[in-house]
Design a protein around this ligand. Structure first.
Ligand SMILES: Nc1ncnc2c1ncn2[C@@H]1O[C@H](COP(=O)(O)OP(=O)(O)OP(=O)(O)O)[C@@H](O)[C@H]1O
Ligand SMILES: [Mg+2]
Length: 262
């Protein structure tokens, strides 16, 4: 059974997508079977992996739509998973995923639709990563209900501490109402430049509030991480020797250790 990890922050631009694709690739290159689910209608994990949404025949939207209708089909799920292009498998997204939020708004048990989908495929993987959207809509709730662990990526700024507090209260609500098993894997600080007082202050505050064990290895600022999506490449394909690649490699090692799989 796979370990399922949601990367979520309701604040936009905090590194959810960058971390999802590069962590997926790092874990795959460390010998694990990985599925990345692009659960954001912006489809940026999909395009960062080199797929244009218009080239995608079936995507997460169709899979959740069938789940909502009670018509899931394992052959169709397997056809939808993009295999053998990257070291990891991918369920792509398209802008029409936003329609799911409206369509499934009244479906009984709607919060469990992603979990039901994952239960059909999780025997094939060691880890399933979900890139969630910067909102608190149904897709995000579905993702948190389906997950074993939550990673909250943040930028080291004062305002991001506010977003972090909001995410923690969402975690507690999901624990109380929908998924008691969801645990915080850790807080992932991206674009960390410890030469600035601001970044050092944010790191200190996180350690004081959550303990060192909830602080994941830092991801430094690296322009190569911002460039690689435009070539449809992960950092390991685009610039394997750069510090962004080294940082995501170290993050993957830490995730394996935290999951008891190192
Ligand atoms: N360590 C880094 N160094 C430099 N640039 C980075 C780094 N991490 C992310 N970026 C850039 O920051 C921007 C936001 O990152 P990303 O798209 O991963 O955030 P997101 O949380 O997925 O955004 P959204 O909320 O819109 O889904 C992107 O342009 C990305 O290339
Ligand atoms: Mg994103």
């Amino acid at each position: 059974m796979a370990i399922t990890i949601a990367l979520a922050n309701r604040k936009g631009g905090t590194g959810k997508t960058t971390s999802s694709i590069n962590l997926a690739d790092a874990l795959a290159r460390q010998g694990r079977k990985i599925l990345l689910i692009d659960a954001d209608s912006q489809a940026q994990s999909t395009t960062s992996c080199g797929f244009l949404p218009q080239q995608i025949q079936s995507s997460l939207y169709e899979l959740l739509h069938l789940q909502a209708q009670g018509r899931s089909d394992s052959g169709f799920i397997q056809q939808t998973i993009i295999k053998q292009v990257k070291p990891f498998d991918l369920i792509a997204s398209k802008p029409d995923l936003s329609a799911f939020e409206l369509e499934a708004g009244q479906v009984p048990g709607r919060e469990g639709l992603m979990r039901n989908l994952i239960m059909e495929i999780d025997q094939d993987y060691d880890f399933i990563l979900m890139d969630l959207p910067p909102s608190l809509g149904l897709i995000t709730i579905c993702g948190l209900v389906a997950a074993d662990y939550l990673i909250i990526p943040i930028e080291p700024t004062f305002l991001s501490m506010d977003g972090l507090a909001q995410m923690m209260s969402i975690l507690y609500r999901v624990n109380a109402e929908l998924n008691p098993g969801l645990r915080l894997m850790g807080i992932l600080i991206i674009k960390s430049d410890l030469r600035t007082n601001l970044a050092r202050g944010v790191v200190r505050e996180i350690i004081e509030n959550f303990g060192t064990e909830r602080l994941l290895p830092l991801i430094r600022t690296d322009i190569k991480l911002a460039e690689s999506p435009s070539y449809g490449k992960t950092i390991f394909e685009y610039a394997p020797g750069c510090r962004g690649a080294a940082d995501y490699w170290r993050l993957a090692e830490s995730i394996l250790a935290r999951s008891g799989l190192a």
